[in-house]
Write a protein that binds this ligand. Structure first.
Ligand code: NAI
Ligand code: MG
Length: 365
């Protein structure tokens, strides 16, 4: 049997710094758990632009299409702000998402007990929170035609179009129901069927998929604005939330902040199953390249480490190993180990990026 393959794209800024810690964790799984990966590494974003004049070469794209999972750090930085839009670092990431057709973006909002006081909400509202937002990522208003700014009489009109086909709704709904079966067995679908036809279709299609293919999963519906309120009021009522690209963008950012620091948030973007049954997959922290702290060994590697835990769970069917890694992170936080972004009190001494990596490895041992 061949080892599962991983393509690592560290990217820019703190990307390579946090990814270095993930590489040590991957090494640990090989050495201590006999889980070996064929790891290759390549450039993306500004790093790729510097080397090749493009934020993602065709060769790297080809590799990404043929591995079991891609793990990405972050792209971008002030150095690249002057570049033409077509070669900006972000274009590399967008190309990966688009050509791999990663239509389901998974953003967990999970509250580690040790950080519950970090939230802007009360401790008992967030303690133990573990929800998953599934955002449709490749269609909807960010892509629909017609779009543009046109002249109409004596004024200009800005136009974007929300457009969803039944099959686009079906596939993201299936992703959400599949996830729910591995979690709390509940899906809440959010749209605005009260004012949008695309929402009416969304609700109809999700209901049909639920009734015909996942009758064992509890399905509810909520208007997205009401959903936003409920997320702030009592987020623990949810398990999996499935929603469109636009509402998902807002709701996942809002849900993320229920639990505190950007340095803690992982994500996965999944596409259709490949020949080996594994989904096309890209795992990355939610944060960017953090130019303000890059090169200072201050970055929190946990978001990237938890992204690898998601890879273990969703690409490699190693849920128990993912639990092990998440438990190690929980232990480290409970022990009071903090990178600078997690400091709450004056006088605490933060650990460095590799110091946090050391602590997670020690907890794994
Ligand atoms: P950012 O996420 O890079 O940073 C926002 C703030 O959070 C900064 O103060 C940063 O120091 C802090 N932060 C982020 N990650 C952290 C970590 N792991 N540990 C400790 N502190 C952390 O977002 P920003 O500043 O808006 O963007 C910086 C660059 O990153 C831009 O070029 C932007 O385009 C790019 N970006 C890339 C993304 C990606 O690769 N997926 C996502 C968001 C932004
Ligand atoms: Mg956003």
């Amino acid at each position: 049997m061949t080892n599962p393959s991983l393509l690592i794209l560290p990217g820019d800024g703190i990307g390579p710094e946090v990814m270095a810690e993930v590489r040590r964790i991957i090494g640990w799984y090989g050495e201590k758990r006999g889980m070996h990966f064929d790891v290759s590494e390549d450039l993306v974003g500004g790093a790729a632009y510097d080397a090749h004049g493009t934020p993602l070469t065709d060769a790297t794209m080809e590799k990404a299409q043929n591995v079991d999972a891609v793990l990405l750090g972050a792209v971008g930085g002030p150095k690249y702000d002057v570049l033409d839009f077509s070669v900006k670092p972000e274009r590399g990431l967008l190309r990966l998402r688009k050509e791999m057709d990663l239509f389901a973006n998974l953003r967990p909002a999970q509250c580690f007990d040790a950080l519950a006081d970090f939230s802007s909400l009360k401790r008992d509202v967030v303690a133990g929170l573990d929800i998953m937002i599934v955002r449709e990522l490749t269609s909807g208003i960010y892509f629909g035609e017609p779009r543009g700014i046109i002249q109409e009489g004596n004024e200009r009109v800005g136009i974007n179009t929300q457009r969803y086909t039944e099959s686009e709704i079906e596939r993201v709904a299936r992703s959400a129901f599949e996830l729910a079966r591995r979690r709390g067995n509940k899906v809440c679908s959010m749209e605005k069927a009260n004012v949008m036809e695309s929402g009416v279709l969304w609700r109809e299609v999700v209901t049909k998929i639920g009734e015909t293919e996942y009758p064992d999963v509890e399905l509810s519906h909520m208007y997205a604005d009401a959903g936003a309120m409920q997320l702030c009021r009592w987020p623990k009522q949810f398990d999996v939330i499935v929603t469109d690209n636009l509402f998902g963008d807002l709701l996942s950012d809002a849900a993320a902040m229920l639990t505190g620091s950007l340095g803690m948030l992982p994500s996965a973007s999944l596409g259709a199953p490949m020949a080996n049954g594994r989904p096309k997959a890209l795992y990355e922290p939610v944060h960017g390249s953090a130019p303000d702290i890059a090169g200072q060994a201050k970055a929190n590697p946990i978001a990237c480490i938890l992204s690898f835990a998601m890879a273990l769970r969703y690409s490699f069917d190693q849920g128990a190993e993912a639990d092990r890694l998440e438990a190690a992170v929980e232990t480290v936080l409970a022990d009071g180990v903090r990178t600078a972004d997690l400091m709450q009190n004056e006088g605490e001494t933060p650990v460095s990026t590799s110091g946090m990596g050391d602590a997670v490895l020690a907890a794994l041992d």
